[in-house]
Design a binder for this molecule. Structure first.
Ligand SMILES: *Cc1c(COP(=O)(O)O)cnc(C)c1O
Length: 438
């Protein structure tokens, strides 16, 4: 890479000259290059042009790399939080859509009604709405159904899920009071009954939360939805991961064993949950959003709450959810939903792809691997997989590939798990490996 030549030795370079220099190497808007040039000149330790130029170059490179773009997920984590959870292609066009137009009457319609109907049908519920994410779903449910009242939550489920989604804080933000029930390891139905009957409590809702990203074992007991449903207040269940039905009727084979402990929307509704909340971009395989399914009157209360407007998704999200729901209902999920494709691809196929890759790239070895669902889904579960292992740590090099490849390193070996790599991308992987071998 050629550097800025020093034409006025000793004097600090002009911002404009430096920005113009940068434009020879970086195809970024001029305003950005001016910003990098300015910051580089202000921060360069010596007054030499070359050091400011190097710093500006560095800023431009780092910025270019930070731009959102496609990457190849070779980590073996199917729903990788850093990689946007469920991968999916978004359909877009420049045309308008009938997002809020009732096509029968020509009058104002609801963006929620059709997608809501499809999601409700999928989950065996009366009604459904979509919001921006599952955190928003929980916030809205508690705000709409328990504002200025009490929400009963088991001490074992008063959890933090990734970053700053913490049940006590979400409840507080919704304007409800949290009533802790039972103990950290065991909470029984009679603990809930006691909380509801206790004078001074005004419990509007029982909130059950799936502790997605960890597992407690040993002397533990939780109260199942089936029992909670006998209580005189509605039960809202945050199942988190968005498995629609634990029998997975959209698969040709039986439900995979790694999903066996995962709560599902349809079964929770069957067991008597008044509402179920889940993420759209975890096991559902969709865009970032949250779904609330359940009793029509309670869904309506959520939809009418002022927060619903602030939490509503746009047309691209609604369109994606519509086509996903159609894929599930039409039993075409394993052909059309990227998540289910990678979750169900045969291990033998992964092995032969790995063999093909190393035969062509002439580097690395085939190895058996354990993929994981990720995003807090099915904690502790693994999915058999195959991939390629190469001696040494090549993470940075692979990340700098034209289409970045995100791999994982252990014991100074680099592993590329093929379960999370789309077969069409094997060519890119081969070329990247050939480059490494040089
Ligand atoms: C993932 C998860 C959330 C947060 O969902 P987002 O869609 O990321 O807002 C909340 N609750 C549970 C149980 C989860 O697993």
């Amino acid at each position: 890479m050629n550097r800025v030549s020093v034409d006025t030795a000793g004097r600090p370079p002009s911002v404009d000259a430096l920005a113009r220099e940068l434009s020879l190497r970086h195809s970024l808007p001029h305003a950005l290059l001016v910003d990098f040039a300015r910051r580089a000149i202000a921060n360069s330790t010596t007054n030499k042009k070359s050091s400011a130029a190097e710093l500006a170059d560095q800023l431009a490179i780092e910025f270019s790399q930070s731009l959102l773009r496609d990457v190849i997920n070779a980590t073996g984590v199917l729903l990788h939080t850093n990689l946007g959870r469920a991968p999916m292609a978004m359909q877009t066009s420049n045309r308008a859509s009938n997002l809020e137009l009732n096509m029968s009457t020509g009058e104002r319609g609801s963006r929620q009604s059709t997608v809501g109907k499809l999601l409700a049908l999928l989950c065996g519920a009366e009604s459904a709405i979509v919001v921006n994410n599952n955190a928003a779903a929980v916030l809205l449910v508690v705000a709409a159904l328990a504002n200025s009242r009490d929400v009963a939550v088991s001490r074992g489920e008063s959890v933090e899920i990734g970053g700053n989604f913490r049940i006590p804080e979400v409840t507080e933000q919704s304007g409800a009071r949290l009533v802790d029930v039972g103990t950290t390891n065991r909470t029984r139905l009679r603990d809930y009954k006691k909380a509801i009957d206790k004078r001074g409590n005004d419990i509007a809702l029982v909130l059950k939360v799936h502790p997605s990203n960890y597992r407690v074992s040993g002397f533990v007991e939780e109260t199942p939805v089936r029992e909670l449903a006998t209580l005189p207040v509605p039960v809202a269940v945050d199942i988190g991961s968005g498995l629609i039905d634990n029998t997975c009727p959209w698969l040709e084979s039986r439900a995979p064993s790694w999903l066996s402990n995962e709560p599902a929307a349809r079964q929770s509704i069957n067991d008597g949950a008044a509402l179920v909340m889940f993420s759209g971009d975890k096991l559902f395989g969709g865009p970032q959003c949250g779904v609330i399914v359940g009793r029509a009157d309670l869904i309506e209360a959520c939809a009418q709450h002022p927060l619903a407007r602030a939490l509503r998704p746009g047309s691209t999200t609604m369109l994606a959810m519509q086509s996903l729901a159609m894929s599930y209902l039409g039993r075409t999920a394993t052909k059309e939903i990227a998540f289910w494709k990678m979750a169900t691809i045969a291990t033998a196929d992964l092995q032969s792809r790995a063999e093909q890759i190393i035969a062509t790239a002439k580097v690395g070895e085939v190895c058996a691997l354990d993929s994981i669902p990720g995003a807090g889904s099915a904690p502790g579960a693994t999915i058999d997989s195959f991939g390629v292992v190469i001696e040494g740590d090549h993470l940075t090099n692979l990340r700098m590939n034209e289409t970045p490849i995100i791999a994982r390193v252990k014991d100074n070996k680099t592993f590329l798990d093929l379960r999370t790599v789309q077969p069409d991308d094997d060519e890119i992987v081969i070329r990247a490996l050939q480059r490494l071998a040089k």
